[in-house]
Design a protein around this ligand. Structure first.
Ligand SMILES: [Ca+2]
Length: 81
């Protein structure tokens, strides 16, 4: 096998590892108590569409993590929590 092809395989493998490592997954479904952050809860609600994470439908998922008001929610997200 030529060196160029070997290098190419290494680069492709690294690219795959990087993209999968950074992607948040929608499975398995998590309950709020299994989540570590408001950011994670937001991902499950907004990206995965798990509506159960916002039962009262006020737009704030997992109020224990994200706060009770939209102001608290936005502050926590802005802080990367
Ligand atoms: Ca809510």
């Amino acid at each position: 096998m030529s060196l160029v092809i070997r290098l190419l395989i290494v680069f492709v493998a690294l690219a795959i590892v990087q993209t999968t490592a950074h992607a948040q997954s929608c499975t398995p479904k998590k309950t709020c108590t299994q989540m570590k952050s408001c950011k994670e809860a937001t991902y499950f609600l907004k990206v995965c569409g798990h509506k159960a994470r916002d039962r009262d439908r006020d737009g704030i998922p997992c109020e224990k993590l994200c706060g009770k008001t939209m102001k608290q929610y936005k502050e926590r997200l802005a802080a990367g929590k």
